[in-house]
Design a protein around this ligand. Sequence first.
Ligand code: SF4
Length: 355
Amino acid sequence: MISIVGIGPNRENISVKAIETIKNAEVVIAYKGYIKPIQDLLEGKEVIKKGMGDEVRRAELAINKSLQGKKVALVSSGDPGIFGMGNVLFQLIGKHEGFLVEVVPGITAATFAASLLGAPLHDFSVISLSDILTPLSEIKRKVEHACKGDFVIVIYNPLSKTRKKPFKEAYNILVKYKKLSTPVGIVRSTDESSEVEITSLKNLIDKEINMSTTLIVGNSMTYVKEGYMITPRGYTVPSEIHPLAVDFYEKFLKGEITVGANRECEYYPCHQHPQNCTFCYCPFYPCGDGSTGGKWITGKNVWSCEDCFWIHDNKTVKCILPKLSKILKETDDLIKRKKELLKLRRECIHNTYTK
Ligand code: SF4
């Protein structure tokens, strides 16, 4: 029996099952850098340490030891199935019959980094920029399609001392499709500690990045609040409709509102720069997500739209207006059909925020 054991990012985050599996093994095989966090579990065991790049050799050794009847733990950092030892072992296992393999999952760098940054992951892709086994053309294609799909992109192995081209090429693709203001989380980890930084796509190029850095590049809805990086899922916040909004949408349904800038309004421009006033009362209020600039007024249970200029942008209005009429048949729909409205909001953010 071979157990491929993911030991996560560090000893603090190793699973109980991983610890038990290593304790129960007779032979432990690992890259030498992975031994330190599990050193206390190795007493009385045969321990085989190998160097970086020896993955095939480690998998073969695990198979040979297992054929000798030993219980083997083949150790992988992070999760064995995500750029870990799972892949290479399953590639070789077909040479033999009747092998029993157990995969013990671990916390991969993507979710570990996300936990330190807040809640940045929602429909995300994980891409390694290492071109040791993968052609650069394939890496570039994947980055490009992840951008086109507006995925949050987690980048492993971004940059080494000798391998700089994949990062440069990937960066050029990211800035082609994403706004320069897109938040990027940087997590630099060692066995002992992790350092977290949130920057923008624009400033990422000047940051200190190496092979053990994990990058999380946001999508069109990702925002930063109070030092956390957040990509909202779009949950509906309970709300009532303000009487003035009811009046506004009664006029909207009769086609009596002003489309475009309302320069006759005594408050124009209430956001202090030229604006499209079509949605003087936002149909999504309160959206409860900060991706367009809104925020909770702390302690008051009030959602403030003061800094949301998106709803007053011509492109936004052009996207929302024709579709809103299909959802909104009566003012009560502002509450009853809120989920559909929030999906329309997401659709229009995507259409207006991505290049
Ligand atoms: S104005 Fe902006 S922040 Fe306010 S509810 Fe509408 S979309 Fe959200």
